[in-house]
Design a protein around this ligand. Sequence first.
Ligand code: 13P
Ligand code: ZN
Length: 285
Amino acid sequence: MTDGGSNGITGNRQMKESILEMSADLAWTVGQVAEAAGYLWQKGWAERNGGNITVNVTEHITDDIRRLPSISGRIPLGSVLPHLRGCWFYCKGTQKRMRDLARNPMENGSVIRIADDCAHYEIVADAPVAPTSELPSHLAVHDYLLAKGSPYRASLHTHPTGLVALTHCSRFLEKDAATGMLWSMIPETKAFCPRGLGIVPYMLPGSKELARATIQAIDDDYDVVMWEKHGVFAVDTDIMSAFDQVDVLEKSAQIYMAGRNMGFIPEGMTDAQMQEISDVFGLPK
Ligand code: 13P
Ligand code: ZN
């Protein structure tokens, strides 16, 4: 068992069995996270420990799991998140690699529960792996989603090369400029990422300011927001759906880049063609 490092988390319990053996639904959900983590690595969006995933797994927690003792101390969240009382999350571990998580999700991530004071968490299983450094953004967003009564349970942060490159051009940081260009590259992007891409100006990774700005952008009705010169943050019902929204956006960025590399500026679909997509698919305004 390893030392958790910077959070001062140390191991004190050797699990006889994995928590995944105690709930088939939890095992399935964590399996989906592992599968998505493998895609992130294959896509080239997850260099070293890049990116993180959290999933609200509360509905998969059985009474037996609820009785498990903590394997960490009580760790401060750094803020009070009132809607997370009694919630449980699977979290990628900080400094852990997506490509390792794909093979061993419970050695490269852990299951945590939020304490009743909504200001602390404890690691419950399987190993005392300290959660991602982006926990402030992930948990603040989950708190926001529960407050809104949203069915979204998964959040994904990743570093897709084409989308990050776009944010090095100030034109694409203007509201909905990147969205318009990306939607116009191929019909599916608007159909499957109908709220487009919100923009969050550069802020320190892992900071509370970044968490606040991310919530603000999601509150503007985006499912996917761009952290300038860093990566995307996406939310959806489950991890595969969050991955899909990022995947279609990145596909468009790649088409744009391919056109530019061929020596022309891609024309894009017309406004009328994109309106037709909205009408036929019944997309939100
Ligand atoms: P973690 O390894 O702490 O999850 O950080 C990765 C990352 O992408 C930070 O933005
Ligand atoms: Zn990152």
